[in-house]
Design a protein around this ligand. Sequence first.
Ligand code: 5GP
Ligand code: MG
Length: 233
Amino acid sequence: MPERSLRVGELCEYPLRPFDRLDCAAAAHARRELRVRRRFPQPHRLPVHEDVEHILFTEAQIGAGIDRVAREVTAAYRGTGFTVVSVLKGSCVFASDLIRRIPIPLELAFVSASSYGSGVESGALEVNFFPAESEIRGRDLLLVDDILDTGRTLARLVDEMNRRGARSVRTCVFLDKPARRATSFVADFRVFEVEDLFVVGYGLDFAGHYRNLPYVGALKRECYERPRSSAGR
Ligand code: 5GP
Ligand code: MG
C-alpha cells in the first residue's frame, strides 16, 4: 500500500486509510474517477465517443497536419512579430496546438463569434467581443478558426480587424468545407479539407458538446435529430 495521501486527479486503487481521509476533496475526486473508469474502461467507450458515426481525422493525422501548417505559418512570419487571434470557442484546441509548434515570437489574442447556436445550420453571426484596440492597431494578425464553412464569419472578422487598424490580416483554418461556401473567401492556411458533413470534436461542438473529443468525427444522425433537451448529453 502506498505511503502517501492522494493528490487531486490521482486514482485510488487501494482502500483508503484513515490518514487519506484528511485529504477529503482529493479522495472524493479519486473515488469518483475510479467509478467512471470502471464503468467505461476504454477511453473510446465514454458517452461522447458513442455518439460518433465515424472518425474523419485521427489524433495522429491531426498532429501531422498541424505540423505542416505550423511550418508554413513560421515561414510566412519569420522575422516579423505577429499576433494569433483565436476565434472562440471552436478554435481554442487547434490554436493551442498550433502555437506550440511555431518557434518564432508571437502574441495571442481572442475574438468571440458565434454563428451556429445549437443547431447544425448557420444562423445569424454575432461578434461577442474583440481583442483590445492596442492588440489590433498596427499589428500583423493571423485569425485562427476551427472551420471555414460559408465564409461569413471570417469575411466579417477580417473586415472588422482591417477597420480597427490592423497592419495585415491573414487567416488559418483547421478545416475547410468548400462545398458550402457562400462568399468568395479563401483562407491563407488550412489543415484539412472536409466534405459537406456536420463534424464535431477537436474544439468543434454540437449544442455546446463534443469539443473534448481528441479527433474529428461525424455525429450520428440521431444525435442532432433527437429533442434538444437531450442533445449532446
Ligand atoms: P461560417 O461563417 O464559415 O459559415 O461558419 C463558421 C462557423 O460555423 C465555424 O467557426 C463553426 O463554429 C461553425 N461550423 C460550420 N460548419 C461546422 C461543422 O461541420 N461542425 C461544427 N461543429 N461547426 C461548424
Ligand atoms: Mg467557430
